[in-house]
Design a protein around this ligand. Structure first.
Ligand code: FMN
Length: 195
């Protein structure tokens, strides 16, 4: 996949919606972030709603068309933005399952976090995801967007209020994602990624 890409191609950014809960606000938060990503201009977006993606229930079973499609979708991306709530000081189980289904396709790419919750702002979900992605050789970016959905930063429908620091945080995260995605894509093309 990387060998076919030029360093000047748009960066393929997969925006992964981590919540599948009935009544969730995840898709609206992801739409807000995707709007900023489009305005940034460097990205070709793939918004991945885990509720809509058919995935095998079991890890390690025989390959299926669903698993192959998931692996191809992750492989195609140059960078990831994970939009996730905090549930019980962690992140949703559906997100963990989606992460664990594939391995090599994640490697040597950056991930940024857009998290939300109550007073925790999803920060504990982000910290746990940093550990998980380290195991998969994914570079988790320092800069992030973190939102308190009950403090006026997010409306009832899940749209983020632009009178807060959130737009600037999104811009910073997107700039970091662009830098890391371009650097790592060039490195993967040049030397591959193996030990
Ligand atoms: C099962 C559950 C557990 C939650 N636990 C936390 C928590 O530990 N910390 C926090 O800040 N918010 C917590 N919340 C609040 C959620 O982060 C918030 O409602 C968020 O909007 C949920 O994301 P969703 O609407 O996309 O499902 C919890 C919500 C649910 C449903």
């Amino acid at each position: 996949m990387d060998a076919e890409r030029s360093n000047t191609d748009p960066i393929r950014l997969a925006v992964i919606i981590g919540s599948t809960r009935e009544g969730r606000i995840g898709p609206a938060v992801a739409r807000w972030f995707a709007t900023h990503a489009q305005q940034h201009g460097a990205f070709e977006l793939d918004v991945v709603d885990l509720l809509e993606v058919p995935l095998p229930h079991r890890i390690g079973g025989p390959s299926t068309p669903e698993l192959e499609a998931w692996a191809a979708r992750i492989d195609r991306a140059d960078a990831f933005a994970v939009v996730t709530p905090e549930y019980n000081r962690g992140y949703p189980g559906a997100l963990k399952h989606a992460i664990d289904l594939v391995v090599d396709e994640w490697q040597a790419k950056p991930v940024g976090f857009v998290t939300y919750g109550g007073v925790g702002r999803g920060l504990r979900a982000a910290e746990q995801l940093r550990q998980v992605f380290a195991e998969l050789h994914v570079v988790a970016l320092r800069d992030a967007v973190s939102l308190n959905r009950f403090g006026g930063e997010v409306d009832e429908a899940g749209w983020v209020c632009d009178r807060t620091g959130a737009p600037q945080a999104a811009k910073t995260l997107l700039a970091r994602l662009e830098w890391w995605a371009a650097a790592l894509r060039a490195a993967r093309r040049e030397t591959g990624y193996s030990l």
